[in-house]
Design a protein. Structure first.
Length: 379
């Protein structure tokens, strides 16, 4: 395990700043630029402006870092990283995972509202730092990504009987008397592959098969749930709180599966397991907002971000006409949006960004951004 402290980390940052090579010219990405103008503060805070407390989540910061890397937007990446470390990680990523929720407190001040980390955001931050280090040839990002990855493995995973080494949603609060509460949208397989490639001795590969089982076995009818329980008896069961519903968390399960590399050996089984959602969307013309994963009942169509999120799944499942229809639906609904829509916007950046070939993942979970062309596709 790599070890360093605040002073050593500061030295790495300084050294990186002094020797950083000139970045490639950023590929124009209008949707990212618009999101950055509307939702990211000048000092690097991703703001959910539709929330009463004007919250920032570690999820939002992690996605912002990913999009900045895809866009080759080095300046915003640095600001996002600095804000995240200073405000969510107590000023030092080497000693703490980031708190998941920050915003306006009851007394009118600003600060952390919930210090419990969120492992999906932590996973994205660690992986993105490793990829930024590789692509921008900046060792200090790689070192920090490895340190965060080691902390995730130590604090946010557990050996579950009958399942194996699994990612817990947070260090605290998800081990119940009846079992372990898990989230299928928290484990993009490409990130687990990528973290293993970044740190070959880390043991990230141990999480791949339990994560595959979590995604596939929690969706026996092809619909991913928000949350699921791994029982003490060694089986998946409906989560007592969300009762098997799939909605705003679960939509990302289809997104991550659709963006897997064609060479990924688990891609075909995942696409097959989730095919009912792709077929339903193609038949009904819209993805459901909420679905009962046991019965398939789904009374309402989802927002435009849901349509955008399903673009990779539909294309990867060989349904190009359905993908075109969802792309048109997403664009039409987005044009009518009158207020802040943080979550739909980030889903759109992921889904449309992939559809426009602004990024891909390879078999080993490495990011393949398109920095080599003038991006002609609209945002």
């Amino acid at each position: 395990m790599l070890r360093t402290g605040p002073r050593a980390w500061a030295g790495l940052l300084l050294a990186g700043a002094l020797v950083a090579p000139a970045a490639h010219a950023a590929c124009a990405w209008p949707a990212w630029e618009r999101f950055a103008r509307e939702s990211i503060s000048e000092d690097g805070r991703v703001i959910d402006r539709g929330s009463e407390r004007q919250i920032t989540t570690s999820e939002g910061q992690s996605y912002g870092l990913f999009f900045a890397l895809v866009a080759n937007d080095r300046a915003r990446f640095e600001r996002l990283l600095r804000w995240t470390e200073n405000n969510l990680a107590r000023g030092d990523f080497t000693t703490a995972l980031p708190a998941w929720l920050w915003g306006r407190r009851d007394d009118g001040g600003w600060g952390v509202l919930d210090a419990n980390p969120a492992s999906d955001a932590d996973l994205w931050i660690a992986w993105t730092l490793g990829e930024a280090g590789r692509l921008w040839k900046q060792r200090h990002y790689s070192v920090l990504g490895t340190l965060l990855g080691n902390r995730i493995l130590a604090e946010e995973t557990a050996e579950l009987p009958g399942l194996g080494r699994s990612l817990l949603p947070a260090p605290v609060g998800f081990v119940k008397p009846e079992g372990w509460r898990l989230n299928p949208s928290y484990v993009p397989l490409q990130l687990l592959r990528g973290l293993q490639a970044q740190s070959p001795e880390s043991g990230w590969e141990r999480l791949v098969e339990p994560s595959r089982r979590l995604i596939v076995e929690s969706a026996p009818k092809g619909y991913a749930p928000e949350w699921v329980l791994w029982t003490k008896q060694g089986a998946f069961a409906a989560d007592p709180e969300t009762k098997g519903e799939g909605s705003y968390n679960a939509i990302r399960v289809y997104l991550w599966a659709g963006t897997l590399a064609p060479e990924e050996p688990l891609r075909a089984p995942l696409l097959q397991a989730l095919r009912p959602m792709a077929d339903r969307t193609a038949a009904e013309g819209a993805p459901p907002e909420r679905v009962d994963t046991a019965s398939g009942a789904a009374p309402n169509a989802g927002p435009y971000g849901f349509s955008a999120a399903l673009l990779p799944l539909l294309e990867s499942s060989g349904l190009p006409q359905a993908a075109a229809a969802q792309s048109a639906r997403a664009a039409a609904l987005a044009a009518k949006e009158t207020g802040p829509a943080y979550y739909s916007e980030v889903l759109s950046l992921f889904g449309r960004g992939w559809q426009e070939r602004r990024y891909r993942f390879d078999r080993d979970g490495r990011l393949l951004p398109d920095w080599s062309r003038a991006c002609a596709a609209t945002g």
